[in-house]
Design a protein. Structure first.
Length: 256
């Protein structure tokens, strides 16, 4: 029987199997929770189905043998295929909840396909939102720039990041964000890799760049602290599975 993903905003309900081991619940294990979910509120990703349920501070699922776990924290608790499906379903469920009305005429949207909705008035079809953003590791000799963004909740140092603006390429975004946030000029911008980041609708695109000139200055207030670090003197870093951590680890291992 197909497995079910129970998603409450940014949390999953998982079945504890052993110490530190979890799995996604089977449909028949969560019947009471999903019976009231309308078909148009559910989404599929391969052999997985996502069911949205309301997350409350007092909810206790232990009687059902389930445990609430944040989607990001679940990455090392599940097999890779399961986690990939989880991230896609999280994005679809969030999109379904947030994009409910046509921005052109205000009519309620209707499900058209597995990942689309259509306005019954003007007929326009809408798809899940996706916001591309860059992260970039800036190297200066044997050092790399690590910074703390004002929006980060944890006291970690990570990479310069920012959203792509209308009318610019990814590489242009890298250069602009670095200049705006650090006052530095760079060259040798190189693509590293990308990552779906469903918190809530981002596509992260990773780069490396080489310091060319300028004095480090956090000009626009987006970054509160940071500096250049060597491989043997790294600060507290972001956790996996973030693309920023993958890039930092690759640099620290001498792979870049």
């Amino acid at each position: 029987m197909r497995k079910a993903i129970i998603e409450g905003g940014d949390h999953l309900l998982l079945v504890p199997v052993a110490e530190g081991e979890y799995r996604l619940p089977e449909i028949d294990e969560v019947t009471d929770l999903v019976d009231s979910v309308a078909a148009e509120e559910t989404f599929a990703a391969g052999t997985y189905t996502g069911f949205p349920i309301e997350k409350t501070a007092t909810a206790d699922y232990s009687g059902l043998g389930l445990q609430s776990v944040g989607v990001r924290e679940a990455w090392n608790m599940l097999p890779a295929d399961d986690y990939t499906a989880v991230t896609k379903l999280t994005e679809l469920l969030n999109w379904n909840r947030e994009q409910r009305f046509c921005p052109a005429d205000g009519k309620a949207l209707r499900r058209e396909g597995e990942i689309s909705k259509r306005c019954p008035g003007c007929g326009k079809e809408y798809f899940p939102l996706l916001f591309p953003a860059i992260v970039v590791l800036i190297t200066k000799g044997e050092e790399a720039l690590l910074v703390h963004a004002r929006t980060l909740k944890r006291p970690v140092l990570t990479l310069v990041a920012g959203f792509v603006e209308t009318g610019e390429s990814l590489e242009e975004c890298v250069i602009r964000e670095i200049r705006e946030e650090t006052s530095l000029e760079v060259d040798d911008v190189r693509y590293f890799g990308s990552q779906s980041w469903p918190f809530p609708h981002q596509l992260m695109v990773g780069f490396t760049a080489r310091y060319r000139s300028g004095a480090l200055r956090f000009a626009d207030g987006e970054i509160t602290e940071g500096g250049f670090f060597t491989r043997d003197n790294l600060p507290l870093l972001p956790t996996m599975p973030s693309l920023s951590r993958r890039i930092i680890d690759a640099w620290a291992a001498g792979e870049l």
